[in-house]
Design a protein around this ligand. Sequence first.
Ligand code: FAD
Length: 453
Amino acid sequence: MVLGGKMKIIIIGGVAAGMSAAAKASRLNKEAELVIYEKTEVVSWGACGLPYYVGNFFESPNNMIARPVEKFIEAGMNIKIKHEVIAIDVDKKEVTVKNLVTGETFIDNYDKLMVATGAHAIMPPIKNLSTKGVYTLKDYTDGIILKEEMLKDENQDIVIVGAGYIGLEVAEAAKHLGKRSVRIIQLGDRVLLESFDKEITDVMEEEIRTHEGVELHLEEIVQEIVEENGKVVKVKTNKGEYPADIVVVSTGVRPNTAFLKETGIEMLGNGALVIDNHGRTSIDSIYSAGDCATVPHLVRKENVYIPLATTANKIGRIVGENLAGVETEFQGTLGSAAVKVMDVEAGRTGITESEAIKMGINYKTVFIKDKNQTNYYPGREDIFVKLIYDADTRVLLGGQIAGKKGAVLRVDSLATAIYAKLTVDEIGMMDFCYAPPFARTWDVMNVAGNVAK
Ligand code: FAD
């Protein structure tokens, strides 16, 4: 379908959400004038590759760029890099833009606007956090700088603050580079506290602890960065002091929406723009998606903040369609996500048990340990499955799988099952595929479904 209609569309931010919207809107409405303002020099790149770039799993940072900015411009896309939008007047429908090269500011008008400004790393209240040697891993340049430092021989003791997805992936990166010590310090009592239940994080923690030189500190607070000659040498916590050549702070992200505060646009407490299934914000003609916005949750039936590339791309595309005049809707997120740390991988979808408790629903769970495949084919490993389901209807509400081989992609079947509102009994009999290198005749998900009482 190609739509007509002259209008001016402005998109702020040129990565997953912004470029997905731009690509779709420009394809659907060839008459619309579209401008993308991006404050950095790179667009359309994948931050998800950063830990693997830093860990030297691949060499060139260009591998993370899906399409260079020049290619977009050649294709007729009006992208203004090094341009930051600093204010929006929602009544006049105009944005104030700062050219970061010349320092000049100017006004641009829109008929429809998309805010796709992403998020920034949270800096916790740690003394001397601006010391040299302390880094975050969020932006493209963060990756370049951190890798440069990680590759230096003199930097051997790595401290990671926070054990979420990024913290654990950085731990793997540092281990891959053969660093002398990799220390993960986590305020909470488990790794991946927000996204997985204890049964699964226990599996992850056990794996992390088997690796020589990798230390996991739980329920510990980093209080101070100790410097010598202007560079970090130690971190001080409430429990001890540890040597550090590099400190990576990975304690979560916060939406880049401070410049919208005066507009009266509806936000969550953390600044995430509240959007509906079309990607519409509370202000007419303004759309949003990605790490700066909420996501409608399919099971929780509320707007949540789960900043992931998967949803940024999908809702970005939906916004692109809506910007062009096609009223499509996002079906809702399940918060499906995956992580790998050294030799173990884990995936999750739907709600966790902690979320079920918060929702106050009548739920049950099942947790099993099984094998990923037959015993006679090389590579048999333990695999762990947890299912969360409605105690009355037996409909699946959430699932988490961890293991060394074949764990994560099984979670996609559970996501489909939740979307289709299948019961655990149906999962118990589902025709999952089988051949000796991949599964057992009764796959671990069949077993979990059948064990669910
Ligand atoms: P961003 O990618 O943050 O892009 C926003 C853009 O807007 C930026 O380029 C910024 O410069 C620009 N901008 C901001 N403010 C302005 C302004 N005022 N004017 C102009 N431009 C502006 N997700 C997954 O699903 N799986 C993973 O495995 C995964 N791994 C990750 C690993 C790391 C290390 C990181 C950091 C993230 C990871 N993510 C992962 C999350 C994923 O990268 C993000 O969800 C995704 O990049 C969000 O895209 P976005 O377009 O919303 O925001």
